[in-house]
Design a binder for this molecule. Structure first.
Ligand code: GRF
Length: 188
């Protein structure tokens, strides 16, 4: 019981598929998990990932319209649910400096490249085009500059000649799932 209560409470922000969310939920159910997923917020009502929150009976909310409204409601929910860490997982909005200033807990993000290389979107096709030998993923703190906060963990893989953006994204996604859990364990 003691251990259960001492688990850190996580809120996950999503916009789409939710495979990272799914994996975080799966891990959170293991005995050795240091965290539990308490809240899921989406800025898209059609985000596929919402179903993982629903089937696992995790409180979930959708604020689809203005970012300002999303942030206002998020601040309230974070406080009310005594959340310790926010994890962005495929959340396709840039949080405002005001939100990041007001929120007094760590906000972390997962990005599918070896930052500071390839900030932004379409990282896998850009990595192939630029003939990079390696790529991977990064979990980092979120600050006011896109994909630029302090790095918590990185995982690296080789890019093969036969790779295309799809094959690469599948292989990197596997790494992302491991990296997010390791990053959380590192900062908790
Ligand atoms: C991941 O590749 C993540 O690195 C990026 O968006 C994607 C989200 O995937 N920020 P999913 O929704 O977790 O499946």
């Amino acid at each position: 019981m003691e251990r259960l209560n001492s688990k850190k409470k996580i809120a996950v922000f999503i916009s789409g598929r939710g495979s990272n969310l799914k994996n975080l939920i799966r891990h959170s159910k293991t005995k050795r998990s240091l965290f539990k997923i308490t809240l899921v917020l989406s800025n898209k009502s059609n985000a596929k990932g919402l179903r993982f929150a629903k089937t696992n009976k995790i409180k979930n909310y959708i604020y689809e319209r203005k970012l300002a409204l999303f942030e206002k409601e998020a601040l309230k929910l974070i406080k009310k649910n005594k959340i310790n860490i926010i994890c962005l997982a495929g959340f396709m909005r840039i949080l405002s400096p005001m939100f990041l200033k007001k929120i007094k807990i760590p906000v972390i993000n997962i990005h599918p490249s070896l930052l500071p290389r390839l900030k932004g979107l379409d990282t896998h096709s850009r990595a192939i085009k630029a003939k990079h030998k390696y790529t991977g993923c990064t979990v980092h703190y979120v600050n006011n500059d896109l994909d630029s906060g302090e790095i918590i963990i990185q995982k690296k893989i080789k890019i093969f000649k036969r790779d295309n953006p799809q094959s690469l994204s599948l292989r990197v996604l596997k790494l992302e799932h491991e990296a997010y859990i390791e990053a959380l364990e590192k900062i908790i």
